[in-house]
Design a protein around this ligand. Structure first.
Ligand code: ASP
Length: 341
């Protein structure tokens, strides 16, 4: 009889240990980097950004708390920011040279190294969901334009007319940039004229991204954007390029980037951070600083990243004036910030 009790107790302990979460959870998001100065921000707008960041990070965290996966948390947080006109992703995306909104997004699963991306789409309401569908439901990693849209439609994703993405404020900004560009045609970073606001200088506010660690020890990363204002001829930035704007690997970290995509592609930013951790055994902070604060700065590439390692450490470095960002650490502490601190 005694032996049976001992066996039962042992069995109970073993199963309850198995049911315990393997790890603590953590999550970080960004809503774009650039010349975001307190001087250019009204208290009302600052409040709107802070509240939306809070809503997105809390939604992602709630998924993790309920035992959801890091990928599900990434999707939940990014969808909220895509649906908000405050960010340059989904609704409120910037305008192309032709006056349209063309969206890019990508996602990566750190456990399997599976990845999905879409680029240059104009009618998919939530591009991040299309990127996930490419990863899960197709044998491919990236689909572009009309093909990506046909695929998304077949997968039952919500489709909208391109006018859904239009935000009047973005449209007015685009008109100014377009006028400016016809003066400085061909220059990548024309100097700021006295009557121009910071948005026009940067032309890249508001890409969104999320990285997360779930209780099963799995990392995931996702990024979604409208790209750069007044972009031309099917231009694709770093956001949908796996290794540049997005990367996740359980062995190292998950990264989502925002900034001047042409530089982030050439610096292979997201994978570079992971590679420094894998091959040089650098801790996350050192690896991220090496790429964002040294390598990119040397090249002239402005922007930042959010990243999380497989222990749940979070870093959010940027070399621009500001970056909309938020995170919830493994101890449950929440941080929401916009400017340099
Ligand atoms: N990285 C994006 C792009 O180049 C823009 C951004 O992050 O704001 O398309």
């Amino acid at each position: 009889m005694k032996i049976i009790y001992i066996l039962l107790a042992y069995f109970y302990m073993a199963t309850s240990l198995m049911a315990q979460p393997q790890q603590r959870i953590a999550i970080a998001i960004h809503g774009g980097a650039g010349t975001i100065l307190k001087a250019n921000m009204t208290p009302e707008l600052e409040k709107q950004y802070t509240e939306k960041l809070d809503e997105a990070i809390s939604a992602g965290y709630a998924v993790l708390q309920k035992g959801g996966t890091s990928l599900e948390a990434v999707a939940a947080a990014i969808r909220i920011m895509e649906d908000s006109p405050l960010f340059n992703a989904g609704k409120g995306a910037v305008f192309t040279n032709e006056g349209k909104n063309e969206l890019d997004a990508s996602v990566m699963d750190g456990k399997t190294l599976a990845a999905g991306a879409i680029a240059g789409v104009t009618t998919i309401k939530n591009p991040i969901m299309a990127a996930i569908a490419v990863m899960r439901k197709s044998p491919h990693v990236m689909m572009t334009g009309r093909g990506a849209e046909t695929f998304a439609e077949q997968q039952g994703l919500e489709m909208v007319p391109n006018s859904y993405f239009r935000d009047e404020h973005r449209y007015q900004q685009w008109l100014k940039v377009k006028a400016r560009d016809s003066i400085g045609e061909g220059r990548i970073r024309p100097e700021l004229l006295p009557d121009e606001d910071a948005f026009i200088k940067d032309r890249k506010f508001g890409t969104v991204g999320c990285v997360a660690l779930d209780q099963y020890g799995n990392l995931a990363a996702g990024t979604s954007t409208g790209g750069m204002t007044n972009k031309r001829y099917g231009r694709v930035g770093d956001a949908p390029i796996i290794g540049a704007g997005t990367y996740a690997n359980n062995e190292t970290c998950a990264v989502s980037a925002t900034g001047h995509g042409e530089y982030f592609i050439r610096a292979v930013v997201a994978h570079d951070i992971s590679a420094l951790m894998a091959y040089k055994k650098m801790p996350l902070k050192k690896a991220a600083d090496e790429v964002v604060m040294k390598k990119l700065v040397k090249m002239g590439g402005e922007g930042g990243i959010i990243a999380i390692d497989n222990k749940g450490n979070i870093v959010m470095p940027f070399n621009s004036e500001g970056m909309y960002r938020a995170c919830i650490y493994t101890n449950g502490q929440k941080k929401i910030a916009i400017y340099k601190q």
